[in-house]
Design a protein around this ligand. Structure first.
Ligand SMILES: [Cu+2]
Length: 250
């Protein structure tokens, strides 16, 4: 559909297809309802006795109960066909090569954390949060897993590799939204949510916040950059080198 932002995710094709199909069903049903209303109006005007005859059980079945059942069936089918697409995004990708990234919503910024070479996220402590000092998430420097954690304000991902996002919030409810990846999930304080997807098309995609989370809500935006695996590896090792250099000067 040409009015949607270009899709860059693997599952986006099926989702867009489903959306198009549902919208066209709704369009034709809407049109049919208007035609029926108009037809009933003209029929009533040209034949005033028809309204009284319309109260029979047979007309009730044909004109009200059957369409009602048909529309209920249609809605049930829509729920079942869309639910598995929705649910698949909430599962954790079991593939060994899936990339774990943690997303944190903070008034009014998105932070992205990569667990580093050890594959384990370091411990976070709210009392250690200090963005001006370079520790916006409150990483515990005593924890051995936190030394190689990379915290970024831009979400860098390699193309064609499943991503396991863990979403959290540091303060209020934020709405994590990447229109170009057909992803949307609230981040809730005190709770972790999950999103799984595979970015396919390299490029830049805006990340927005869709919950009115405070005065700076409108500028709570970030960027997803999808790179080739080689460019991603280069970015990742540069960040790791920068971490080690900072460690050495400490
Ligand atoms: Cu927000």
């Amino acid at each position: 559909m040409h009015w949607l932002p270009p899709n860059g995710a693997l599952h986006g094709v099926a989702l867009d297809h489903l959306l198009g199909r549902y919208l066209s069903i709704m369009f034709w049903l809407f049109l049919a309802a208007q035609v029926l209303i108009l037809a009933a109006m003209f029929r009533r005007r040209s034949n005033p006795g028809a309204a009284r005859r319309g109260q029979s059980t047979r007309v009730f079945l044909a004109a009200e109960l059957l369409p009602l059942l048909a529309i209920s069936g249609l809605f049930a089918w829509m729920i079942f066909t869309s639910h598995h697409l929705w649910a698949a995004r909430r599962e954790v990708a079991a593939e060994a090569q899936a990339l774990p990234v943690e997303v944190t919503g903070v008034q009014f910024q998105w932070y992205f954390r990569y667990p580093g070479a050890d594959g384990v996220y370091g411990a976070l402590h709210p009392e250690l949060v200090n963005a001006p000092a370079g520790n916006p998430l409150g990483l515990d420097p005593q924890d051995r897993h936190s030394a190689d954690d990379i915290v970024s304000s831009i979400l860098m991902l390699p193309a064609n590799r499943p991503v396991n996002l863990t979403l959290r919030s540091q303060d209020v409810i934020h709405g994590f939204f990447i229109p170009g990846m057909r992803l949307k999930q609230d981040t809730i304080p005190g709770m972790q949510s999950h999103l799984t997807f595979t970015p396919e098309t390299p490029g830049d995609y805006p990340i927005l916040c869709t919950q009115v989370c405070g005065l700076g809500h409108a500028r709570m935006q970030a960027r997803l950059r999808v790179l080739s695996q080689m460019d991603y590896n280069r970015w990742f090792s540069a960040r790791e080198r920068a971490l080690r250099a900072a460690e050495a000067t400490r």
